[in-house]
Design a protein around this ligand. Structure first.
Ligand code: KIV
Length: 273
């Protein structure tokens, strides 16, 4: 079923997101990693699909986002791009393909854009990735920033708790948001930080903020698709709203199928040639 309210814009671009912020229209973003799901997200009217490196967790089963490779991200992004007609598609630069080396950052971004046809890339970090952001932007590739809890730095943080609760970290985050805006990023993801800090960033910068566990003042929200559909069960942070319990539904369907096969109830006469 099409979502008429979301379809006011025929095609979402980075400029549309900017316009949405100006008009006070909230931006809805979800992660997507494959053709079938991306088709459904796009038809439903999602504004932005993030081909997140969370694919490392929910698609590949790793405990962190670190192992996923550039080739694997390009595979997921290409699958999503074959599905999408309307949404803006943003792809995460995976760990180790941009940190500390702006030439490599540019090459990784060019590979993503060329080989998948995606619309933009996303990178984690503030001041420390500025040189890479600058270089990528000079090539005409739109960049989304990501501040707060940045999962690629999990071994530095040691934990997935809320970030920027201390004044000094909050101040650095606010500064980083301004740095990314001035550099030319078109949007910034704010992950797992106090709503008050996210609200301040959102009001101080002109580009849209997209929150995950960052409160309602952000210009948009993002969730990991498998979490909000209830496919993943163990991950239950406070910010996660589950819209479905697909885990139970899928298991119920698979059990019913197994039962039908074992009892020779499937296929029946109408289901054969
Ligand atoms: O990889 C991802 O899914 C993300 C979102 C959580 C923002 O970066």
């Amino acid at each position: 079923m099409e979502n008429k309210e979301a379809n006011a814009y025929k095609k979402i671009t980075t400029h549309v997101l900017q316009e949405m912020k100006l008009k006070g229209q909230k931006i809805a973003m979800l992660t997507g990693y494959d053709f079938s799901m991306a088709t459904l997200l796009d038809i439903a009217g999602i504004d932005v699909i993030l081909v997140g490196d969370s694919a490392s967790n929910v698609m590949a089963g790793y405990s962190t986002t670190l192992p996923i490779t550039l080739d694997q991200m390009i595979y997921h992004a290409s699958s999503v791009m074959r599905a999408v007609k309307r949404a803006l598609v943003v792809v995460d630069l995976p760990f180790g393909t941009y940190q500390g080396n702006s030439k490599e950052a540019l090459n990784s971004s060019i590979r993503i854009m060329k080989e998948s046809g995606a619309n933009a890339i996303k990178m984690e970090g503030g001041r420390e990735i500025l040189e890479s952001v600058d270089r990528i932007l000079t090539a005409g590739i739109p960049v989304m920033g990501h501040l707060g809890l940045t999962p690629q730095s999990i071994h530095k943080f040691g934990t997935y708790i809320v970030r920027a609760t201390e004044e000094s970290e909050a101040q650095k985050l606010i500064e980083d948001a301004h740095i990314l805006e001035e550099a030319g990023c078109f949007s910034i993801v704010l992950e797992k930080i106090p709503a008050k800090v996210a609200g301040q960033v959102t009001s101080e910068i002109k580009i849209p903020t997209i929150g995950i566990g960052a409160g309602s003042d952000c210009d948009g929200q993002v969730l990991v698709l498998h979490d909000m559909l209830g496919i993943t069960q163990k991950f239950s942070p406070r910010f996660l709203r589950r819209y479905h319990n697909l885990s139970e539904e899928i298991q119920g369907s698979v059990k019913a199928y197994i039962h039908d096969v074992k009892t020779q109830n499937f296929p029946n006469e109408r289901e054969q040639y």
